[in-house]
Each structure stands twice: as C-alpha cells, then as structure tokens.
Design a protein around this ligand. Structure first.
Ligand SMILES: CC(=O)SCCNC(=O)CCNC(=O)[C@H](O)C(C)(C)COP(=O)(O)OP(=O)(O)OC[C@H]1O[C@@H](n2cnc3c(N)ncnc32)[C@H](O)[C@@H]1OP(=O)(O)O
Length: 429
C-alpha cells in the first residue's frame, strides 16, 4: 500500500506501534525531519487508508479503524511496512493489527458469567497482494510478544474465516468456548474466545501491561502476563452503554425483536467445530453482511411500539392490582432497571391506556429516587397537532382498555428482564 509521502522515512522500524496519540515514532539519526504537524497528518492518512482497506476486505459498510477512532479509544495499532528494496519508491505499508482491552461479559464452560477485560483483536489486515506470505503471522507474533499475552487469552472481535484459519494454523486455536444466547437489552458483544481463555483468570493482574503498551517502547516488565483479568468493583453509575459492545456495533442498523422473543434454540452440546460465535450475546461473529442488531435507543423505540405479548394480556387480566404493585415494587427497588410510566396514546385520549402499564422507559445505571414526583407519569399524545405531548396523569388511572397494544408487551418484558436482573449477581454495564 503506497502513499504520496515517504513511508520508509516516516516509519523507521519494520513494525511501528501507534497509540491514541498517533505520535510519530522516533526518527533515525540523520534523517530529515518534516514538520511535526505534517508527520502527524501523514500518520493519520496511513491509519485512515489502512482502515478503509481493511473494511473493504471484510465487506464492512464502514471502516472500524480510523485516525479519529484511534484518538478516541485506547487502542494500539501495529503497522507493518515493506522493507524490501524500493529504490525509486517511498516505501509501502503491508498491513496492520489493532488490539485493545475491552470489558466483556462472557460465559465459561460451566456457563458461569464472567466479567473480564481481555486484550482483544479488533482489526487485522494484510494487503491483498501480500496475504498468505507470512506477514500476518509476523505481525501477530510481534504483538503477542509486546503485549506479553498468550493467543488463547485473547478475545477476537467477529473473526473472519481467514482469521479463524490463521489462528488455527499458527496457534492451534480451534475450539471456541460456547457462548449461549443470552442476549437481552443491554448485553451485546461479538467476541469469540477459545478454550484456555479462563485458565489464567485468577492470576493477579499485571498493571504494567497497560502502562507500557501505549508508549510502544520496549519496556521490560518482569510480571508474568495476565491480560484477562477480573474487573475491579463496579464503577460509578454513568452513561447508559451497551455492555460488551464491539467496535463494530456502530455498523449495525436494523432492529431485532427484544429478548426473549429473538432467542435462538439452544444447543445441548457444542458442535465438534463450533461456528464462530458471539461471546455473550446472540450476535453471530460470522462475516458477510453484519447481522442486524438493535442499538439501545432503537430497541427502546421498538419496545414502545411492539404489540403486547399474549401472556402479558393474561397477566393483566388476571391480576388487576399487578400493574400498580409492579410499579410500587419498581419504585422501592435499589438502583438498577427502572421503569417510568409514560403512556403513549395512539388515540390522543388520556384514558386510552393505563399509566400503570405505560410505556416503560428503561434506565440502566441510574438511581431511581424515592422522592421522584408523580409527574413522571405522563401521557404522550399523538393526536391533534401534537404540540402538547405531555400530560400528568394520576397513578390510579383507568384500567387498560382493549387498545393498549403498545403497553403490555413492555410490561411483560419489564417483568421478565427485571426478574433476570434480580437473579444476576452483576449488572450489565
Ligand atoms: C478481528 C478481525 O480483525 S477479523 C478480520 C481479519 N481480517 C481479514 O479477514 C481481512 C482479510 N485477510 C487478511 O488481511 C489476512 O488474510 C489475515 C490478516 C487474516 C492473515 O494475514 P496473512 O498475511 O494472510 O497470514 P499469514 O500469511 O501469516 O498466514 C496465512 C494463513 O492465514 C490463513 N489465511 C490467510 N488467507 C486465507 C484465505 N484467503 N483463505 C483461508 N485462509 C487464509 C490460512 O490459515 C493461511 O495459511 P495457509 O496459507 O497455509 O492456508
């Protein structure tokens, strides 16, 4: 891959390590130094072009590697240049490997949930004309040494078939740890882990691993590698985020029905050669067109619009106090999943649906305070000019009429997911 500037001079070593600062590497003595701003720009150009080429090779709709994404994430990029003689040229780049630590929520072989933060293979690309020449392995091996990590300790973000073959060939990685479909609202990831991943989970963390990797400097750290570690205690509640989301999440566009309605049949035993799987959620890591998955906000929207589950109708019919009891329970609960009663009326009338089973606004990571005012219970009118969307409704409002089709599905999901949350020892963010 060639560039209009001198790659050979810009990247003095065969493999250059770039971090989020995209700093120009130290230059060889005697080389002319272009202005620093130019150098940075050139590095950004290389990163952008490599990202585009990788996306094209993987048939991704948009690059997952770019200078701006590098700058906004703590990822590390290993860039391999062509050192073969090019008397008239300006050097070339062969490919790159991007890695980074990610918090993941994965199942072990006993189906126990594990919060871990392994080093992940995020993007990997060797120029088409040079694939199967051993360059990928050279780059990968270099990264393993630099990061002091064993191949089986890595998590791989939606590996391609080529990469799976590569990992199998060089590192004997074949058997993935089966990750059952646990997908629900806020747990999505696309990472594949292999047998042996959990072998070192309980070793003490090696803090220097993170400290040294960003500089790209060859700092010797005597601590044995333990890249995948149990997470520290929960951090402060904050922004709502998909938990184990992959870098590729932003590529997903379409909406999938909410869990458990989207559940795939569970396999009793893993296949001998299991297909690439998602590590905790139902997203397949297979290549080709990315399987559409639902971003959080879109799912919330779809929940508001989905018809009620039949079971929910039954529940509501047989348990008239259920909805208010549910609301009381929700209000009295500790931080976690929070339902806000908001009724979305298709007919514009306040009585078109019960606020008690109203449109549930999920909030993860927020404490619901006891003193929340009843003005939380609101109706969004879709009728008329739509300019007075919010009305306060008393909590003891009417029983659900027949046309409450946007609501009961939510309640059902709310109860189901809430139960799930209660049983879990961890929270998905
Ligand atoms: C998390 C992710 O990044 S997933 C995306 C991975 N990237 C891609 O799929 C982009 C396109 N592919 C590539 O860029 C490269 O093929 C890479 C990065 C996967 C491997 O780099 P290479 O330089 O080709 O690897 P290297 O030459 O060291 O090893 C070759 C081995 O890789 C695997 N491999 C590479 N290309 C192919 C291919 N077209 N078909 C099947 N296996 C392949 C094989 O195991 C191959 O061994 P073999 O030739 O004996 O069958």
């Amino acid at each position: 891959m060639e560039f209009p500037f001198d790659v050979d001079a810009l990247l003095p070593e065969r493999i250059t390590v770039l971090d989020q600062h995209l700093r120009p590497p130290a230059r060889r003595p005697g080389t002319t130094t272009p202005a620093r701003v130019d150098v940075q720009q050139q590095i950004m150009t290389i990163v952008d072009e490599l990202g585009k080429a990788s996306a094209k090779a993987q048939h991704l709709p948009a690059p997952i590697t770019s200078a701006s994404r590098m700058q906004s994430n703590r990822h590390v990029m290993y860039v391999l240049k062509d050192t073969s003689a090019r008397p008239a040229g300006k050097g070339a780049v062969i490919g790159f490997l991007k890695v980074g630590y990610k918090k993941l929520f994965v199942l072990d072989d006993r189906e126990a949930h594990n919060e871990v933060e392994p080093l992940c293979i995020l993007d990997f690309y060797i120029h088409e004309s040079l694939q199967r020449h051993g360059h990928g392995q050279e780059l990968f091996q270099y990264m393993l040494q630099k990061e002091r990590v064993e191949p089986h300790q890595l998590a791989i973000d939606r590996p391609s078939q080529k990469l799976l073959k590569f990992l199998n060939k060089y590192y004997n990685l074949e058997t993935t740890v089966p990750q059952l479909i646990l997908a629900h609202l806020f747990e999505v990831n696309n990472f594949v882990i292999f047998e042996g991943f959990f072998a070192h989970q309980h070793r003490p963390p090696a803090p220097s691993l993170r400290a040294t990797r960003h500089s790209g400097a060859a700092v010797v750290d005597p601590t044995p590698a333990a890249p995948a570690r149990k997470l520290p205690p929960k951090r402060a509640e904050g922004e709502i985020k998909p938990y184990s989301s992959s870098d590729r999440e932003f590529l997903k566009v379409a909406v999938e029905p909410p869990w458990p309605l989207n559940r795939a049949p569970r396999r009793a035993t893993p296949p001998v050669h299991p297909p690439p799987r998602s590590s905790s959620l139902g997203n397949s890591p297979e290549r080709g067109p990315l399987r559409p998955f639902v971003p959080e906000q879109e799912l919330l929207r779809s929940l508001r619009l989905c018809p009620p589950h039949p079971t929910a109708r039954l529940l509501l019919a047989t348990d008239p106090a259920g909805s208010s009891a549910q609301r009381r329970r929700t209000r009295g609960t500790p931080p976690g999943l929070v339902a806000q009663s908001c009724c979305y009326s298709r007919h514009g009338g306040l009585n078109s649906s019960s606020p008690n089973i109203g449109n549930l606004e999920w909030k993860l990571g927020e404490q619901e305070t006891e003193n929340r005012s009843t003005s939380d219970e609101q109706v969004l009118s879709q009728h008329g000019d739509g300019k007075e969307p919010m009305h306060t409704v008393p909590p003891q409002a009417q029983a659900p009429p027949a046309q409450y089709w946007t609501m009961a599905g939510d309640l059902f999901n709310a109860r189901f997911i809430r139960k799930l949350q209660e049983r879990r020892s961890t929270r998905p963010w």
